[in-house]
Design a binder for this molecule. Structure first.
Ligand code: CU
Length: 469
């Protein structure tokens, strides 16, 4: 019997999908034949990487940016021995997966980090299908090259598309004369520039307000390539492509679109939604969206940095023809659009949380910046293992994110996924400036679980707390 997997491999050798470029992340890991276990060894190491006309020294898990794609099927077991050769301790966090606490990769809360010269083996069964990613949860390592896609297939995948394309977005500064540790030190030394008064507030076309972020990046990447030498993927006219879009950036939200082609958004943060057509979608750091596009001619995927200059690009090529799209003009068009916020989607009924009364409400007031550079929650900076929020196992919790700041914060909960009140199942949700977002979840996976802003610099500046039960 031909599985979808072997079909994809067969069609790839039939050249319907040709990956070009020397540094594509397409060398994917498969389960060992006859087993359900995927072995994925990683070596955290300083690496020389070509980002498409830009050679940098950075830190990686597999010698590439992004890390080699991990792809397995729901219920499979992932076994990942990680050796750390970096001059700092490190971990791997499996973003979005509700797995045992000791495998979550958050220092202090879930276990010790992997020391320099040390090793640790992560091993767990993957509970839910969908588009996920892995990244370091130590310091500013996420803003180096320490991230990669983690794709979990459902046996029923593939009914409404022909091919898949993983699209990993990133903001890049490491190895360009500075590194993320120096960037963070500079933010602390300089303090925050005062907010420009009278900038645009939150509106349909500026859904995250005026403040795009704290870091100015020289480059934006899709699948580890700058716009100078983007990845090119070949298709045939009429093919339906499932884009699995992952925002692996540290301080940048992206507006994502394909010129002249509608996106049919089918999933967010791994979970299926009632499909929604849109011209563009906005993704905060840590968020994912799956969207099916039907290609009639060559077209790029464009990701415009929100509130910042610059964009990232990947080229989908049909019939070998170059796209005639003016990327810069499309970026300007993206900035005029009202992008879809995935938090407004309706869940697929199969994954909606069952209705039940809320047992406990937790308010998290998002605050800052406090001079010189701190972002508190409820007046406190992250200080594990102190100041956790005790909860009861087996309860329905409503968490209210109250953003009192002038910047957006993508809030991420570990260990269990939530349902946005009135919206879809997710693990990361954008909280626009001066607005509140409510999410519900069930305490069904005991442990100490961090809740934090997925802006990596805000996290390092204290914007986190944790629940425990
Ligand atoms: Cu934040």
């Amino acid at each position: 019997m031909l599985t979808r997997r072997s079909f994809l491999l067969a069609s790839a050798t039939g050249a319907s999908v040709a990956l070009t470029g020397a540094c594509t992340p397409g060398a994917r890991i498969e389960p060992r034949a006859g087993t359900d276990q995927v072995e994925f060894p990683m070596r955290a190491a300083e690496s020389e990487v070509d980002l498409g006309g830009l050679a940098v020294r950075t830190w990686t898990y597999t010698g590439t940016v992004p890390a080699t794609e991990v792809r397995l099927r729901r219920g499979h077991t992932l076994r990942a021995p990680v050796a750390n050769t970096l001059p700092q301790e490190t971990t791997v966090h499996w973003h979005g997966l509700a797995i045992p606490n000791a495998m979550d990769g958050v220092p202090v809360l879930t276990g010790p980090a992997i020391a320099t010269g040390g090793e640790f083996t992560y091993e767990f069964a993957v509970p839910d299908a969908g588009t996920y990613y892995l990244h370091s949860h130590v310091g500013t390592q996420l803003d180096r090259g320490m991230y990669g896609p983690l794709i979990i297939e459902d046996p029923e995948d593939g009914a409404d598309y022909d091919e898949e394309l993983v699209v990993v977005l990133d903001d890049w500064i490491d190895g360009t004369g500075t590194d993320p540790d120096q960037v963070f030190k500079k933010l602390q030394a300089d303090g925050m520039a005062p907010m420009a008064p009278g900038g645009p507030g939150v509106s349909p076309t500026t859904p995250l307000g005026a403040d795009g972020g704290d870091v100015t990046y020289p480059y934006y990447l899709i699948n580890g390539r700058t716009i100078t030498d983007p990845q090119v993927v070949d298709y045939r006219a009429g093919q339906r492509i499932r884009l699995r879009i992952i925002n692996a950036g540290a301080d940048t939200a992206f507006r994502v679109g394909v010129p002249g082609v509608a996106l049919r958004v089918t999933h967010t943060d791994g979970f299926p939604v009632v499909p929604q057509q849109t011209d563009s979608v906005i993704l905060g750091m840590g968020e994912r969206a799956d969207a099916v596009v039907e290609l009639r001619s060559s077209a790029p995927v464009i990701a415009a940095a929100y509130g910042k200059d610059g964009y990232a690009q990947l080229n989908m090529r049909v019939g070998g023809a170059s796209s005639t799209v003016d990327a810069a003009a499309f970026v300007a068009e993206l900035r005029r659009q009202a992008p879809l916020n995935t938090a407004t989607l309706a869940p697929d009924p199969a994954v909606a949380l069952p209705a039940r009364p809320v047992d406990t409400s937790v308010d998290l007031a998002l605050q800052g910046p406090v001079a010189p550079y701190a972002w508190p929650i409820n007046g406190k900076l992250y200080d594990p293992p102190r100041d956790g929020i005790p909860l009861k196992a087996g309860s329905r919790v409503r968490m209210r994110y109250l953003n009192q700041t002038s910047m957006y914060h993508p809030m991420h909960l570990h260990g269990q996924t939530f349902q946005v009140v009135g919206g879809p199942r997710k693990d990361t949700v954008l909280v626009p400036p001066k607005q509140a977002v409510e999410v519900d979840f069930d305490t069904d996976n005991p442990g100490r679980w961090i809740v934090h802003c997925h802006n990596d610099y805000h996290l390092n500046a204290g914007m986190a707390t944790f629940i425990e039960y």
